[in-house]
Design a protein around this ligand. Structure first.
Ligand SMILES: Cc1cc2nc3c(=O)[nH]c(=O)nc-3n(C[C@H](O)[C@H](O)[C@H](O)COP(=O)(O)OP(=O)(O)OC[C@H]3O[C@@H](n4cnc5c(N)ncnc54)[C@H](O)[C@@H]3O)c2cc1C
Length: 403
């Protein structure tokens, strides 16, 4: 679709033209709108991608944020998107680059802006990070019964309203020059040079490892109940995992599916007792202990599933109508620490070790949120990490910190 729109580029003269285009696209893709909570995450990701289209095509003057002498923020139109300007001047050294636009990154962006840093936040997929996948958030203080879309959008717009430079973009590499102390970040749109970095890349779902998992990813295998649960209305779903995420997502999926079967590798659940009790009491849910999925087979969509009994090694095959069931995998997450693996210390699971100021062992490199080793991975803790990391970056740069 983007390619087709690129061909239309000469016809697209303003951001209004592009807005109309993506509204049409959304109408086609989501004829029922973004109204249901379950469809919002997916819908919102599309909106975000299309919202960024004028900048990607370079057809609408992106607003540029400048700080005046009093530290207030003003905006002025720039004929070029910032990343194109960056490429042409080549070496415009930033104070700070924040990698990731989840709660940690967006909070860091807010605090960096308040400390008047020349900072940019890059998000590769959808602002809000994992939050956008969350249908109900009941534990973020001050906002009872909110949802991932609402909270993510509030965080993003709060950052941009303050003047923070928050953009779509993927960081594909981070190098550190020991002599100058500068960092060079590779992106598909050119390199960024910066004095400090906050890595707030969060974590991504771990694969369960059964045969057919990759083949059917997004076509019968899902890692996001909020995004895909609605496609299994009235159907059967298998949920892989025995921890809190699997348990909570299994409960969530009962809103759509007729039958939810939890596949637990061990002979017990690792979920908190209260959640486990809720699972066991839910009549739509059955739990198969000591069981793993061995393989998933079928044509376009899966039509048969092979289970293995982890005690006896025995395998059994169950066959269903193609497309009548799905598999949701919740077996943990992989931290996005690969980008800086040579610059930081990590724990055995790959989570980045920091001190209480979010500093890593490389001066000027900070980590915040789910990507770091922390006793609690939640929105509120990610946001707190982001605030501390931005303050630490400001202190590192010898700049006033947010009081
Ligand atoms: C299903 C589910 C339900 C949850 N429910 C709750 C809840 O009810 N309450 C609660 O408090 N917490 C909840 N959480 C946890 C919470 O969402 C996370 O703890 C929080 O989002 C972590 O924030 P973060 O900013 O550290 O990372 P993330 O939210 O993971 O954000 C990281 C961002 O960085 C981006 N990124 C990664 N690498 C790059 C790169 N190289 N370049 C550019 N961008 C990059 C990613 O695309 C992502 O958007 C839930 C999580 C899940 C998965």
């Amino acid at each position: 679709m983007v390619l087709r729109i690129r061909k239309l580029r000469p016809c697209l003269r303003s951001s209004a033209d592009v807005s109309i285009c993506w509204l049409l696209y959304l109408y086609v893709q989501f004829p029922h709108g973004c109204l249901s909570r379950a469809s919002r995450g997916d819908c919102y990701m599309q909106v975000q991608k299309w919202y960024m289209l004028p900048a990607q095509l370079g057809i609408a003057g992106e607003s540029k944020h400048e700080k005046n002498g009093q530290g207030r923020v003003t905006r002025s139109a720039s004929p070029l998107p910032d990343w194109i300007a960056m490429e042409s001047t080549n070496q415009q050294v930033k104070d700070l680059v924040i990698v990731g636009g989840g709660p940690a990154g967006l909070t860091a962006a807010i605090y960096a802006q308040r400390s008047l840093l020349d900072a940019v936040t890059l998000e590769q997929e959808a602002f809000g990070g994992q939050t956008i996948l969350t249908s109900e958030i009941d534990n973020y203080p001050g906002l009872p019964h909110t949802d991932g879309y609402t909270l993510s959008e509030a965080m993003r717009s709060q950052a941009t309203d303050l003047g923070a430079d928050v953009r779509m973009g993927q960081v594909t590499g981070i190098a550190h020059d020991g002599a100058s102390g500068l960092f060079s970040l590779s992106t598909p749109d050119g390199d960024l040079v910066t004095k400090s970095v906050i890595l707030a890349g969060g974590a991504t779902p771990r694969r369960a490892g059964f045969q057919g998992e990759e083949k059917f990813a997004s076509h019968g295998v899902s890692y996001c109940a909020t995004c895909d649960g609605m496609f299994y209305r009235g159907k059967r779903v298998f949920v892989v995992g025995g921890g809190n995420s699997a348990a909570e997502e299994a409960l969530f999926l009962t809103r759509f599916a007729n039958e939810v079967i939890l596949i637990v590798r061990k002979d017990h659940l690792r979920a908190q007792a209260a959640v486990a009790r809720e699972l066991e009491a839910n009549e739509k849910i059955t739990i198969r202990y000591l069981t793993s999925i061995f393989s998933l087979d079928g044509g376009e969509l899966p039509s048969s599933i092979t289970f293995r009994n982890n005690e006896t090694g025995e395998t059994t095959v169950e066959t269903y109508d193609e497309g009548s069931f799905g598999v949701f995998v919740f077996v943990g997450r992989v931290p996005a620490s690969q980008l800086v693996k040579d610059l930081v210390d990590v724990d055995p699971s790959g989570y980045i070790m920091t001190d209480e100021r979010m500093a890593t062992r490389t001066a000027g490199l900070f980590a915040a949120g789910d990507v770091r080793k922390t006793p609690l991975r939640q929105i509120v803790t990610a946001a707190a990490d982001g605030a501390i990391a931005a303050n630490s970056a400001a202190a590192f740069l010898g700049r006033p910190v947010e009081g």
